[in-house]
Design a protein around this ligand. Structure first.
Ligand code: CO
Length: 216
């Protein structure tokens, strides 16, 4: 078997050397700790690397990625990342970033079986159901997919706001903004969907927790 992965290890050596050449204490400084300002929740798609498309350096973005950038509130992985980012690192911004042409969202729109992943795609089908009137009114299929991708990001932004982690941060007056963006694979540009959540008041009443004390 061709050892194509060797290229990655070689690239790594060259990268580390170039970083050290430009800034001799680069790794020493990073090894001391991290205090990123941003949490990125993006798609696992190999074409949407959080740091490259935002021109950020190691240490700047805390990252969670899964298929179709979902915020599933029974996902222990997502919740652990969110809890650590908000409660310990105290990130100031959470960015949910989707991307046009997202295979997960496209699969969720159809009726084919894909196996285990169907259980993950179910969460995206729920988003379709919530917005089915708007989506089915769009005749052009490409346009409908693009809108579905945007609506999915908006729903995930809302789902972050529904978590006790985010609501407790807001109650404690911790500055925390949640944003929804979509990346276009065709031109490399990020679009801000302007769904900025900064307070529980932005949520339907039934999701607003009264207190951050569980037993009271
Ligand atoms: Co995707």
């Amino acid at each position: 078997m061709e050892k194509s992965y060797q290229r990655l290890l070689e690239n790594n050596k060259a990268w580390a050397l170039s970083k050290k050449t430009i800034e001799p204490s680069f790794f020493e400084n990073l090894a001391k700790g991290q205090s990123p300002e941003y949490l990125w929740i993006g798609c696992s798609d190999s074409r949407v690397p959080a740091d490259q498309i935002t021109g950020t350096n190691p240490g700047e973005i805390f990252v969670h990625r899964n298929i179709a950038n979902m915020v599933v509130h029974t996902d222990m992985n997502l919740l652990s990342v969110l809890s650590y980012a908000v409660e310990v690192l105290k990130v100031k911004h959470i960015i949910v970033c989707g991307h046009y042409g997202c295979g997960g969202v496209i699969a969720a729109m159809g009726n084919k079986q894909f196996g285990l992943i169907d259980n993950w795609l179910r969460h995206i089908k729920d988003v379709y159901r919530i917005h089915s009137n708007e989506l089915e009114a769009i005749k052009d299929e490409n346009e409908r997919v693009r809108r579905f991708i945007e609506l999915n990001v908006m729903e995930q932004v809302g789902d972050l706001g529904k978590t006790s982690i985010v609501q407790n941060a807001w109650k404690n007056n911790q500055p925390l903004h949640i944003h929804g963006w979509v990346y276009d694979l065709k031109d490399g540009i990020l679009k801000d969907l302007n769904v900025n959540f900064t307070s529980p008041k932005d949520l339907p009443a039934v999701y607003q927790f009264e207190t951050n004390k569980i037993y009271e």
